[in-house]
Design a protein around this ligand. Structure first.
Ligand SMILES: NC(=O)c1ccc[n+]([C@@H]2O[C@H](COP(=O)([O-])OP(=O)(O)OC[C@H]3O[C@@H](n4cnc5c(N)ncnc54)[C@H](OP(=O)(O)O)[C@@H]3O)[C@@H](O)[C@H]2O)c1
Length: 329
């Protein structure tokens, strides 16, 4: 079956539309003229529940699904509750993919992650490096869960001929990120710590690890545009990298964030904390050949995300407040 064209009136289910990736995708889909979005918060439809998920999809009959729903958190949260994270994510994947398969939903995009690549992958990492070596131990449980989702997407393509696809995004950031003090990803976590240090006039901020690992950061709006490109133009079993192709050391990222928030104190590094993979940057050749390119440079994206963070802190109602400061679900 050829991938059907995604017309502007197509019903698109963005699973996880309140999260970092899902909220960006909704913004970009609407901006591109896709108004017929199917959305449900986890409090309305718990996607871990097979029956509720199947009923919801049958009632709404989407022409496309982007699976951005997942139990997310920083490495520390995952390390503290690996069984809970794995169980939730496997159940979300299985109930959405099974229900979509039963309905023969014509288009589905599953979000994997660059954390699925082996620790010692050759850089920049090409899609062919998947499963070519041992994983970074901190990514093991998360990655195994994602591999199960990817394998199911590929198996449905083979068995049922549905043109489902997988994307592998690098580290994301942007409006809607989680700024929790311990359960956030690196960029949002640093932003919150430098913001608070600037507010209190702290003399120094300690950053985990040596500062030497190099990482890649993609604005969620760029990921959203990439998802639209893939849904419109990609129909192959191989997962596709979504990144910027540029990396930055954690030390330089910390300095960039400190500058952005106006923090003037010192920055120290704590080598007793683990560094993780020394370098992770994606080769984005497959995706750029489809006509997509990242548009938001890191410094500009960090500045606009910080502005969003400040605006969110100022919002009066807890429901609208920035995640990590208030419970939003
Ligand atoms: N963030 C990154 O750096 C990154 C990098 C690579 C790949 N990814 C992958 O990209 C995807 C999206 O990540 P994200 O950072 O956007 O996640 P996120 O901000 O944590 O958002 C997760 C979303 O999943 C929904 N969700 C969680 N449990 C649910 C449940 N039981 N039923 C229904 N919905 C549920 C949440 O819905 P409610 O808000 O309604 O509760 C939320 O909207 C994930 O698969 C993640 O693994 C993320």
């Amino acid at each position: 079956m050829r991938a059907p064209e995604l017309t502007p009136d197509a019903r698109i289910f963005v699973a996880g539309h309140r999260g970092l990736a899902g909220s960006a995708l909704c913004r970009r889909l609407r901006a591109a003229g896709y108004e017929n979005l199917v959305l449900a918060e986890s409090s309305e439809v718990d996607l871990r529940a097979r029956g509720a998920t199947a009923r919801f999809l049958a009632d709404n009959a989407p022409a496309a699904i982007v699976l951005c729903a997942a139990r997310g958190g920083g490495i520390a949260a995952e390390a503290a509750q690996p069984a809970d994270f794995l169980s939730d994510n496997l159940r979300i994947q299985l109930s959405v993919l099974d229900a979509a398969r039963a309905l023969r939903v014509p288009r589905l995009l599953f979000l994997g992650s660059s954390r699925l690549y082996p620790r010692e992958s050759r850089q920049p990492i090409r899609e062919t490096s998947l499963l070519s070596g041992p994983l970074e131990p901190a990514n093991h449980t998360y990655a195994i869960g994602k591999f199960a989702g990817m394998a199911q997407v590929r198996a449905v393509r083979e068995q049922d001929g549905l043109p489902w696809i997988t994307a592998l995004p690098t580290n994301l950031y942007g409006p809607g990120d989680n700024f929790h003090p311990t359960d956030s990803h690196v960029l949002a976590g640093l932003m919150r710590r430098f913001h608070e240090a600037a507010q209190t006039g702290a003399e120094s901020v300690a950053v985990w690890g040596t500062g030497t690992p190099r990482r890649e950061f993609l604005h969620a709006d760029d990921l959203a545009d990439a998802c639209i490109t893939l849904l419109s133009h990609y129909d192959r079993a191989e997962p596709v990298n979504v990144g910027t192709g540029r990396d930055i050391s954690i030390a330089d990222l910390a300095r960039m964030i400190a500058d952005t928030v106006g923090y003037q104190g010192g920055i120290t590094f704590d080598p007793s904390r683990p560094d993780g993979t020394p370098r992770r940057v994606l080769d984005i050749g497959v995706l750029t050949a489809l006509g997509w390119a990242p548009r938001i440079r890191l410094r500009a994206g960090v500045a606009s995300t910080y502005q969003w963070y400040l605006n969110s802190l100022a919002l009066p109602r807890p429901r609208m407040a920035v995640r990590g400061h208030e419970v939003v679900r």
